[in-house]
Ligand binder design. Structure first.
Ligand code: CMP
Length: 136
């Protein structure tokens, strides 16, 4: 049975800064993701804190929020069969040094913080994250 889903993808400041947006979008498109909506924005730190609230108890929370709000990001809604899972496979492991060959983080990630892309980790979080950025 088909299960077309939407997921939220962010091209993070390290990748936008290196002009990798078009390259990364081309990877998503080539892998069959439809980019339903996109917008380039710069978050305030308080927006980043809201977005990453699930991580608020983690030791890396403050640095993570500082980083996500440090420069422009490209936020996208991606659509595909099993989009949440397939996007996470395509991104690769959170830490680029553990990411599989051919994944976005292996190709472009610099460090666990500057790992170039974010993707929702469950269908429920995908819905929340899409609403966070694209509430009409
Ligand atoms: P992301 O998928 O955007 O979700 C949370 C981010 O926290 C993650 O990517 C990493 O960039 C960042 N992060 C920093 N340190 C860690 C860590 N020890 N474990 C998991 N994520 C981390």
């Amino acid at each position: 049975m088909s299960n077309i889903q939407q997921t939220l993808s962010i091209i993070k400041p390290d990748a936008v800064e290196r002009n990798l947006e078009e390259k990364i979008k081309a990877i998503f498109t080539k892998e069959g993701f439809n980019i339903v909506k996109e917008k380039k924005i710069k978050l305030d730190k308080s927006d980043a804190e809201k977005f990453y609230k699930v991580h608020e108890t983690k030791p890396f929370y403050n640095d993570l929020c500082e980083y996500l709000s440090s420069g422009p990001i490209l936020v996208m809604i991606l659509e595909k069969e099993e989009a949440v899972k397939n996007n996470r496979i395509l991104m690769g492991a959170t830490n680029p040094k553990d990411a599989e060959e051919g994944t976005i983080r292996k190709k472009f990630g610099i460090s666990i913080d500057k790992n170039s892309v974010h993707g929702s980790d469950s269908p429920e979080n995908a819905k929340n994250e899409i609403d966070f950025f694209f509430q009409n």
